[in-house]
Ligand binder design. Structure first.
Ligand code: ARG
Length: 400
């Protein structure tokens, strides 16, 4: 039987050429797999047909937007996951979902190998191959762009030679990866980190300060899940989509950063993450009101580790799975409402309330209703500071 290879297919120039390139190099049949993770753009049927026209023996296209929102974006929001304190893992989140569907297609069609179109310099090659290894240790991985010299110029020549139905002029000057959780833009003039991004780089957000006025909204959370916006029930996908639109119109969620890639390179990245930023901000505030102090402090360490694991391609790893259990357990009381004002590039929390609130007015107030016994504080402070006082006296005694 002819060998079969499943290709992670985007519909773009590189992976379209890769279909014929891989078939030519290996003699295998190529099955293209494309996933709609809310990247917008072309219709899935158009993408499917192009894969077939480029020589795929089969093309699988799947609308996985809800799965992506519920099982990838939602855990990231619950983890308040921000790599290097800022980047909400847009590309890093979609890769494991794509991997899952590649592996399923490989099983279904009896393929021995999975192919992807990543270069050897980025994180995505790691996410694909480590993910595939974790779900299907027997599948092989190949990467024609990285491993068999499929450069951009050769790809264009290959497409022209064979009359492939690809518009080579449609190529943007940037390398863009986008899905419902946000948009990543790199390369082109952005490779000089001193060059400021121009408006042309952005598409999920308007320039901050150009809207008609502020937008106020109320987000409802139920056990750490966003369940309503302004009182109207929403799915997680709807929440992200609606917040992308509303926060994007206010210029919220633009990031410009120098990022530490797993392969050791520092790269200049511009992101647009309007919905993700609003959801994480609001969720953090809901936690501030409802999560007990020690749990909240410990969770902050877990969040950072979780974001690093996911960034580093370890979505399907034992540690990540165990941290998921911890995070899920921390969300038991994260229910209530957060009010925010979106304006001029910022999302500001202006109110929060919850039936599970740990905020006790009578303890916090400086007015007459005060029930906090300040006389207890004197002894508490004394004992709390005792170990450092003892150490300071020792240091004095030894002159150190
Ligand atoms: N640097 C980001 C990450 O590693 C974004 C990668 C975007 N991918 C791309 N092919 N443009 O998560």
């Amino acid at each position: 039987m002819t060998d079969r290879i499943v290709l992670a297919y985007s519909g773009g120039l590189d992976t379209s050429v890769a279909i014929g390139w891989i078939a030519h190099e290996t003699g295998a049949e190529v099955i293209a797999v494309a996933a709609d993770v809310g990247q917008g753009g072309e219709d899935l049927d158009v993408i499917r047909q192009r894969a077939l026209d480029c020589g795929a023996v089969e093309a699988v296209v799947a609308d996985v937007r809800d799965e992506y929102a519920d099982e990838y974006c939602l855990p990231a929001m619950r983890a308040n996951a921000l790599y290097m304190g800022r980047y909400p893992l847009v590309s890093a989140l979609s890769r494991p979902l794509i991997v899952k569907h590649l592996v399923a297609a490989a099983k279904q069609y009896g393929a021995s190998t999975v192919a992807h179109g990543c270069t050897g310099k980025g994180n995505d090659q790691v996410r694909f191959e480590v993910g595939i290894g974790a779900l299907a240790p027997d599948l092989r991985c190949i990467a024609p762009v990285r491993d068999s010299g499929m450069t951009r110029d050769k790809a264009i020549a290959f497409a022209a030679e064979r009359g492939l139905p690809i518009d080579v002029n449609k190529k943007s000057p940037y390398s863009v990866d986008q899905n419902v959780w946000g948009r990543a833009v790199e390369t082109g003039f952005l490779e000089d980190p001193w060059n400021g991004p121009i408006e042309d780089v952005y598409s999920y957000t308007q320039a901050p300060g150009t809207s008609d006025g502020p937008d106020e909204l109320v987000l409802t959370f139920t056990n750490g899940v966003p369940t309503a916006i302004d009182g109207t029930p929403v799915t997680v996908l709807q929440a992200i989509e609606q917040l992308n639109a509303r926060a994007g119109a206010q210029g919220v969620g633009r990031l410009d950063m120098v990022e530490d890639r797993l392969v050791g390179i520092k790269s200049r990245e511009v992101y647009e993450v309007p919905g993700a930023q609003v959801l994480i901000n609001a969720h953090q505030e809901m936690e501030n009101l409802t999560v007990e102090r020690d749990l909240a402090r410990y969770k902050r360490g877990v969040e950072q580790r979780w974001a690093e694991l996911v960034y580093d391609g370890l979505w399907f790893s034992p540690l990540k799975r165990a941290l998921d259990e911890f995070i899920a357990s921390s969300q038991q009381h994260v229910s209530g409402e957060v009010r925010m004002v979106l304006h001029a590039g910022t999302a500001t929390v202006t109110g929060r309330r919850s039936d599970a609130s740990l905020y006790d007015f009578n303890l916090a107030t400086y007015d007459a209703e005060d029930t906090f016994d300040q006389s207890l504080a004197k002894g508490f402070v004394e004992l709390w500071g005792m170990p450092s006082k003892i150490a300071a006296k020792r240091d004095q005694r030894l002159g150190s």
